[in-house]
Design a protein around this ligand. Sequence first.
Ligand SMILES: Nc1ncnc2c1ncn2[C@@H]1O[C@H](COP(=O)(O)OP(=O)(O)OP(=O)(O)O)[C@@H](O)[C@H]1O
Length: 650
Amino acid sequence: MSDPAFQPTHITPSEEQIAIQRHRGRLLLVEANAGAAKTTTLALRIAQALQRGAEPQTVLALTYTAPAVAALKERLAHVGVPRATVQQLRIQTFEAFALGVLTQAEGTKTQVVTSHEQVRPYVVRAIDMAQSMPEERYPEELMTDATPGNLVEGLLKSFDVLKGRMVFEHLDPEEGLTPQLADELGFGYLTMRAWRCNEFIRKGGHPDRPEFRFDGDGVYDLARMLLTGEIDAGDTALQLGLSLICVDEMHDVNRAAFTVLKAVLAAHPRAGFVGVGDRDQVIHSQTGAEAGFMGEHFTAEIGQPTVLPLTQSRRFSPQLARHVGALARKPYAADAALHTAIQLAPCESHRLAAAFIARLAQSHHQQQALASLRVLLRHPAQSVLIEHELLRLGVPYGAVGFAPYLERAETLLVRGLYAYACDDFTGFEDAAQRAGLLDALLLFSGAKVDSIELRHLDSTEAQRAAVGEASASLDSTRTFIEAHVLRSANAGARRRLEAAMAVLRSNDIDAFEASFLTALDALALATRVFVRRQDAEQVADNIAQLHRVAVAEGTGVDGAFRLFSAMAQARRRLRANERVVLSGIEAAKGLEFDHVVIPHLSQGEFGDGSAENRNLLYVAMTRARCRLTVMHDTGRPSRFLKDAEMTGPT
Ligand SMILES: Nc1ncnc2c1ncn2[C@@H]1O[C@H](COP(=O)(O)OP(=O)(O)OP(=O)(O)O)[C@@H](O)[C@H]1O
């Protein structure tokens, strides 16, 4: 039968790519290194299906993140699939796909809860419930010194693991839950009991569907219903008439997602399947992501796939491939025609690194040869100094995966405390700026807006209404801080806020340097209001960086805060920019940039030596096309740099 090949624009596919594009077997897996053209080849395979006559809406491509969805769409357009057709393809995250199937199966849309703060009260209730069960056989195992609020953060992480790995679903239903069993499974007894209560609460007493779904609950609920038989492959919600099913970034697949995938494949026995991934890009192993889902589990539970190779990086040079190969301890080939400049920039201090990056960004704007400059950061707090230097030089930039430092709630908290303590509201001239400041103060003080007129609104709406009214003028802003924030703050927060304001009021830079951070105790403040410890730590890190910047300015306390206001004005004036972007590494997965800069690679700065951190650095380094700049203190390089053989001259 004649099968004319789809002819892509912009690229000439290799023999390996053509073999994958034109493959006709049912199950195909491609495991290949970063940059070896997995996403592009998936796009070619989809284009070939369209060429063979498949309707766009019968092609499903699943990924884990929204940026990965965007990247696949971009590749499809790049190889020549018309944008209008790309829009008709079903390219979705696993979570969005599962929510769609559930809506269909349940006949109604369930509320989706997106923030940890929204889900927190439910988890607190679950802990209370677990600790007060009348028939509990091991009550002493459930007692702890921590308050429920302080347990939430750890529990949510454990819940992710329980969901991703489907731990409960794989237990023998006859076997009761005991502390010993919990221990064997690697979870605390309280965690497992609280999980059960949390699920009970989430169901809200409704027989058919839960009251709400939090991130990841869509895939989990669908996977669970598939396992219990509430939904099966024959269900109309899964009969989507698909002709081709694809998974990009298969290294992110966990048990729950795999269960969904299995059912979609079973529901479409005539559809082709192509999955692509790279086991060294597993950066979500805590939630059960496992390379086995592209290997032994796939063969055992779905069938024997054909495995086809993509052997060469088409993104970067053989020299960079050698370094990342050494880091990941695997062979790594690359197209010999590609050239990637590798620059090891020595930087003894973070301040020097920030100044260096700002100059690099400035010259990037002045040239046309390279399009994108992406600075990849392990932690958002690392952006504070860099952004400060960029703003000082007036260099336009964007931020992805985290808010720019001047817009973070903790920055507004510190600036707001100064403004109120010293009655200097420079930089808060308009109502929107004052509203941001009040929201930040309310968040960290733990104060609740409570007024008789607003009792008919829920707490979020009541706060919005009160802040909207108070921020209308400077006077009402001051009064609100006095009457609603400080007076009704919880005792611990109020003590810390007052102490920090006393330091600011002294306008003594030495006192500020020595005691501001201790007075505010940002970690304690944030731990009370953030569910995840890592979020609280990030707040504390951000404030520490802000403090460092203020001290280093050498212009006194008032001088430093005026500068922050000026920087905030400057930031608003700068055009939004996509050529120079600071971002987290997770947000860069699946993407590529002409010039990648990775600062903070001195000893201990890239986290511990875990496989997950190694994989994060692997992902970061493999985003570069034409140039990679790696920055560290030459006297004390990170062990990962040593492993990548990047400490000497390159
Ligand atoms: N035949 C080709 N000729 C030239 N360049 C190609 C070819 N195929 C792919 N590329 C380019 O190679 C680069 C890497 O491709 P792609 O993003 O598909 O790799 P990947 O394996 O999915 O990467 P990652 O693992 O990082 O997600 C892209 O710039 C792409 O345009």
